[in-house]
Ligand binder design. Structure first.
Ligand SMILES: [Fe+2]
Length: 153
């Protein structure tokens, strides 16, 4: 396990946590592919899945914040936009050379950099920003309960 959801990441004991769990599973899958020297096409597909689910998740997190009157709604939205842009840029710059065809040092460096990027992309965001939503979770509930689990769709 490279990435695992932890209790310290709890936000709402509900759909936000469920989304985060799923995003973290995808990120773990990316690390498994990179470390097992899978073809870059597979890594790319998994990164795109992360972008796709991330877009949907951020969108509904923003809706919940609005519904709850979360005061940092606007700045949080801008952070989400930046994270999505960072991931799009990361995907666009992704080399088509697999770890398989790199030297052991280059491959090791790539593994390290991938882990660092993904940690900053979501784990740091959950712990540093999303935790600020905790006092608003109750006010999110009426809207949140009407939202389906994303991973099931
Ligand atoms: Fe967020």
């Amino acid at each position: 396990m490279y990435f695992i959801w932890k209790d310290s990441m709890t936000i709402d004991n509900g759909i936000i946590d469920d989304d985060h769990r799923h995003l973290i599973e995808i990120m773990d899958g990316i690390m498994i592919l990179v470390t097992s020297k899978a073809p870059q096409g597979a890594v790319l597909a998994m990164l795109k899945a992360l972008l796709d689910f991330g877009e949907k998740h951020f969108q509904r997190e923003e809706m919940l914040q609005k519904a709850a009157g979360f005061p940092e709604n606007e700045s949080h939205r801008r952070i989400h936009d930046q994270l999505l842009n960072d991931l799009r840029a990361y995907i666009a710059d992704l080399s088509n050379v697999s770890c398989q065809d790199l030297t052991p040092e280059q491959c090791h460096k790539r593994i390290h950099e991938t882990k660092r990027f993904l940690t900053r992309w979501l784990i740091a965001h959950i712990l540093g920003e999303d935790t600020k939503m905790r006092p608003y979770v109750e006010r999110m509930q009426p809207v949140a309960t009407a939202m389906p689990l994303l991973r099931a769709s």
